[in-house]
Design a binder for this molecule. Structure first.
Ligand SMILES: CC(C)(COP(=O)(O)OP(=O)(O)OC[C@H]1O[C@@H](n2cnc3c(N)ncnc32)[C@H](O)[C@@H]1OP(=O)(O)O)[C@@H](O)C(=O)NCCC(=O)NCCS
Length: 226
């Protein structure tokens, strides 16, 4: 079992369906949300927003070496982009940029893709503080989850969230994820080992799709055809 599962992660299975892709659009309070692959030229906007939003983001993100200002400087983007692109080309990651009305608004990533008999991955995201509460992350989670279970051929997605992160908990619950448990001292976030609630969803639970569910509940709508 173990060799079957991990064999896929280390390249025994060369397929990486579902990448690259453009997802959406879906209209929410903040504007028209779409997802696309990360690009080298995203560095300017990525850095501008993340330097400005340090207080908003840092307390929820995994601890990393080096000062925030350096890790999020424009010059550090090419290495991060190249690393994400390399993982995507190996089928281990689907790294999307979230756009709102065509402009860079954040990131959503399906990571640690394991295929074979597990077909599972995690999802992680952040959105510019200027758009907070506008429904952007919820739409992005719905779009990426539907894609993961359709084109990307996965069966299960997981998300872990600090119990204090009310906005992210709300995103997952609105999108349709189910709470499964509590991981104690799970992840090094903002300088300490933090408990995380674990959420998950499997393909069987999505019905007509999470984007359709948001539309049916009045939380999003499809753009009017021109
Ligand atoms: C979490 C995050 C992605 C949410 O993005 P967003 O685009 O604002 O999310 P949405 O608008 O789709 O949904 C947010 C919901 O949380 C609610 N909310 C915001 N702050 C909240 C809080 N402190 N407690 C409870 N609910 C809260 C909003 O009102 C909204 O719910 P509503 O639509 O019912 O009003 C964004 O806050 C962020 O990037 N945070 C920092 C990084 C992060 O936490 N990433 C996730 C790590 S698990």
């Amino acid at each position: 079992m173990a060799s079957q599962v991990y064999g896929a992660a280390y390249g025994a299975e060369p397929r990486h369906p579902g990448w690259p892709a453009k997802l959406g659009p879906l209209v929410v309070r903040a504007g028209t949300v779409a997802l696309r692959a990360v690009r080298l030229r995203d560095g300017g906007e990525w850095s501008r927003i993340r330097l400005r939003d340090r207080e908003y983001l840092e307390k929820w993100e995994p601890t990393a070496p080096g000062p925030w200002a350096e890790r999020n400087a424009q010059w550090s983007w090419p290495a991060q982009w190249a690393s994400l692109r390399a993982l995507a080309r190996r089928g281990q990651c689907l790294p999307f940029v979230i756009t709102v009305d065509g402009a860079f608004a954040g990131q959503i990533t399906i990571g640690n893709v394991i295929r074979a008999s597990l077909r599972s991955a995690w999802v992680g995201y952040w959105v510019s503080s200027e758009l907070a509460g506008g429904g952007v992350a919820t739409a992005a989670v719905a779009l990426v989850t539907d894609h993961a279970f359709a084109a990307a051929g996965l069966h299960r997605l997981e998300a872990t969230v600090r119990p204090e992160n009310g906005a992210s908990l709300r995103v997952l619950r609105k999108a349709g994820y189910r709470q499964e448990g509590l991981f104690l001292r799970y992840l090094d976030v903002a300088g300490d080992w933090r408990d995380h609630l674990s959420f998950a969803i499997t393909a069987e639970e999505t019905g007509a799709g999470l984007a359709e569910k948001l539309v049916a509940e009045g939380l999003a709508h499809r753009p009017n055809p021109r």
